[in-house]
Design a binder for this molecule. Structure first.
Ligand code: DX5
Ligand code: ZN
Length: 213
């Protein structure tokens, strides 16, 4: 299992220090919001480039933006492990995933709570990871939506049938309680923002790991 703290809940005036506080995690989740795909605006290419240079752990970049076909490749930097774009926003998710893989980064596709898995099941081998959103994207600190969890089983079954390795990520409302449900449903990669930065990050990361150990 992997824990990816979301720096959306960190102190944006001190991002290098905030990355240092999560050095025991597996990757840092960076939420890019454009004010169009979601009703919130965060940060973009030049900041992600610098975060990738100073981070002690790899970056997991979550793009909540329109036109990811155009913009996602611009986030490929040394230190960026994976780039996640939204299926709802992409013109061609399979082509974009191929472009990202060819550029040397893991390709991931995200599904909002109301988006089903149907379009992905037959092409699951084209992705390294699927992000099943467990809240409506846009803001930290929302409540976990357990009704999204059955998607995980369908995605896992499709990956097994295709004989491919697939990471299944959940993002939104994940804490030491809800992580148990998400893990039981098949998730292996857990994003947590407020649950990590709401206390001592190293302790909170250890608690998340301990909850499903
Ligand atoms: C929400 C973001 C999440 C957010 C999660 O749109 O994609 O990554 O940081 O925050 P918590 O863990 O507080 O729900
Ligand atoms: Zn996110």
């Amino acid at each position: 299992m992997r824990v990816h703290p979301s720096i959306l809940s960190a102190d944006f005036a001190n991002l290098e220090r905030e990355l240092g506080r999560i050095s025991t995690a597996d990757a840092a989740h960076v939420d890019v919001m454009d004010g169009h795909f979601v009703p919130n605006l965060t940060l973009g290419i030049p900041i992600v480039r610098r975060l990738a240079e100073v981070s002690p752990i790899p970056l997991d970049v979550h793009l909540m933006i329109e036109d990811p076909d155009r913009w996602a490749p611009e986030y490929v930097f040394e230190g960026v492990e994976s780039i996640t774009f939204h299926h709802e926003a992409a013109r061609d998710s399979v082509a974009l995933a191929k472009t990202l893989r060819d550029a040397g980064v893991q390709a991931a596709v995200a599904l909002k709570p109301a988006t089903d898995t149907d379009a992905l099941l037959d092409v699951i081998a084209e992705f390294d990871m699927v992000l099943v959103m467990t809240v409506e994207p846009g803001f930290g600190g929302q409540s976990f939506m357990p009704e999204t969890l059955p998607k995980l089983g369908r995605l896992r079954a499709a990956a097994e049938a295709a004989g491919t390795q697939l990471r299944l990520q959940v993002d939104g409302g994940v804490d030491a309680t809800t992580i148990v449900e998400a893990h039981a449903a098949g998730a292996d990669t857990f994003v947590a923002g407020s649950a990590v930065y709401g206390g001592d990050p190293a302790e909170r990361i250890a608690a998340l790991r301990g909850a499903i150990a």
